[in-house]
Design a protein around this ligand. Sequence first.
Ligand code: PMP
Length: 286
Amino acid sequence: MNGAVYVNGTWSDRATATISVYDHGLLYGDGVFEGIRAYAGRIFRLAEHVERLFDSAKAIHLAIPHTREELAAIIQEAVRRSGLADAYIRPVITRGVGDLGLDIRKCPAATVIIIVDTISVWPPERYEQGLDVVSAATPIPHREALSPRVKSLNYLAHVMAKLEGSLAGADEVLMLDPAGFVAEGSGQNLFVVRQAVIRTPPVSAGILQGVTRDAVIELARAAGYTVEESILNRYDVYTADEAFLTGTASEVAPIRRYDGRIIGAGRAGPITRDLHARFHALVRAG
Ligand code: PMP
């Protein structure tokens, strides 16, 4: 079986890896995580993901018991041990084992988990045909309740949103923020294209700063496109020429329909395809 799991210095696999039922990651969703990909054995933007993990941990007052360099080395070792050239890597840092109360002072040591496996979010043909997307009823958490910029283990709002999409027969959802602006997918950032101008919500509005989002913005600007970070309404998506989602697991995925409205020509548009190709070239180039 390919894949690897690291828990606090011990190597195992999917079938045998264990953590305590007293771990506050399980009891309270008290922890942070990352989603990273390796392409042909090379990890895409590892330093950026490790930096975001440390920022998420800092924001919830969680001390990671490693330096950035040590953690990056463990992640690289996990990929080597997995035997997978194309892999999805899931580092998870929890508050660790405590008692049944909320007090983090009873959790002396964080739990460090690295899982290396594979992932597929939608069938391959969706990247050509586009995704059917609906608005989720569940909004993303208010930015001062649980900052969406923290990649925390509290993903229940996103899980509920994804479920609402599945129950509606859609491939994916767009989650609104508490003010009603379009924020992000259940695990993706959003871009729209109108008259060749590419727009995406600003991070300060309260969304996760996607590593893929940043890469796509850089690629688009380098290719001469205009990219603006601006607040978006559902109207902006309904009336877009093209719309697409970005994420580590999802990569660059076109939207063909949103809340029943056909977006542009109803399949991957030319700018989406161009950026998808550029993104693939970038991840393969390392
Ligand atoms: N938003 C949310 C809520 C996510 O969970 C993710 C996936 N990490 C993203 C956006 C995209 O981020 P990235 O490109 O870093 O995977």
